[in-house]
Design a binder for this molecule. Structure first.
Ligand SMILES: Cc1cc2nc3c(=O)[nH]c(=O)nc-3n(C[C@H](O)[C@H](O)[C@H](O)COP(=O)(O)OP(=O)(O)OC[C@H]3O[C@@H](n4cnc5c(N)ncnc54)[C@H](O)[C@@H]3O)c2cc1C
Length: 236
């Protein structure tokens, strides 16, 4: 039987920037229109590909921030190749190549009743925000805790939305650790104070720069969490 020519998740497709929102001085949320977007699970990501006039291409991965529709949030790295284009240059109406959704491991399913512990380092909050939004979208009461490590209060992505959701929803706890303000990184004491204890057997999602992810995952395991329940995503 002939197979229908359905664009698969690993096919490059055209995405158009519909809308952009500044989240912090250096992070921008991009709302994308993709024809026949198949939907996604919170935690998944997409790949974006830029092609220069001389044919040179650059490709990067970005977590999906939204529960429905397709939004990503990009943190500008001043010496980066791709992120400054996405945060400062890309204009509404312009196209880009995209493929996805990608990833089947670092995902949260709203049907899973286990409590959830989210651990974000910097822009690693993006896929965890998709999980928080998805939880609300599905109207489930799964207890969620987010520990968000970020340099200063001005660097908090989704600050207003996180505060509003935590205020209005007793099942969601949000704690910030401002590493530049207090002069130290997330450590055992933070995890002990704010994260679910291992006895609760939470699903743990850790996302951010590699150093953050490795440190926090090691702490979780040292505190008795089952390594198989600690899912990690490294941003490099
Ligand atoms: C699965 C996945 C999901 C991701 N999701 C997001 C997301 O939601 N939002 C987001 O902003 N980024 C995300 N990233 C990171 C993103 O793919 C790029 O690496 C990032 O935008 C930098 O690209 P660049 O071309 O600007 O910098 P590059 O030109 O690649 O690198 C510039 C310099 O910055 C360093 N660098 C590269 N990446 C990082 C980093 N993440 N943190 C600190 N230093 C870095 C490099 O070593 C280099 O010195 C994700 C990465 C992965 C693998």
């Amino acid at each position: 039987m002939a197979r229908a020519a359905v664009p698969g998740r690993l096919t490059w497709r055209k995405a158009v920037l519909r809308e952009a929102r500044q989240e912090t001085p250096t992070a921008r949320t991009l709302v994308l229109d993709v024809e026949d977007w198949p939907g996604h699970l919170p935690g998944q990501h997409v790949d974006l590909r830029l092609t220069a006039e001389d044919g040179y291409t650059a490709q990067r991965s970005y977590s999906i921030a939204s529960a429905t529709g397709l939004e990503i949030t990009v943190q500008r790295l001043d010496d980066g190749e791709v992120s400054p284009y996405l945060t400062d240059v890309w204009e509404v109406g312009q196209p880009i190549e995209l493929r996805g959704p990608i990833g089947g491991w670092f995902v949260w399913r709203p049907t899973d009743p286990a409590p959830v512990q989210l651990m974000a380092g910097g822009s690693g909050v993006v896929p965890l925000m998709a999980m928080i939004r998805s939880r609300a979208e599905h109207g489930v009461k799964t207890p969620f805790r987010l520990l968000y490590s970020v340099r200063t209060p001005q660097d908090v992505i989704y600050a207003d939305e996180l505060r509003r959701r935590a205020r209005d929803d007793r099942g969601l706890d949000v704690q910030f650790v401002y590493t530049r303000v207090r002069g130290s990184r997330v450590g055992v004491a933070d995890v002990n104070t704010h994260a679910w204890p291992a006895d609760f057997q939470p699903n743990v999602f850790v996302c951010g720069p590699t150093g953050f992810v490795e440190t926090v995952a090691d702490i979780m395991v040292a505190l008795g969490h089952d390594a198989r329940g600690v899912k990690t995503e490294r941003y490099g």
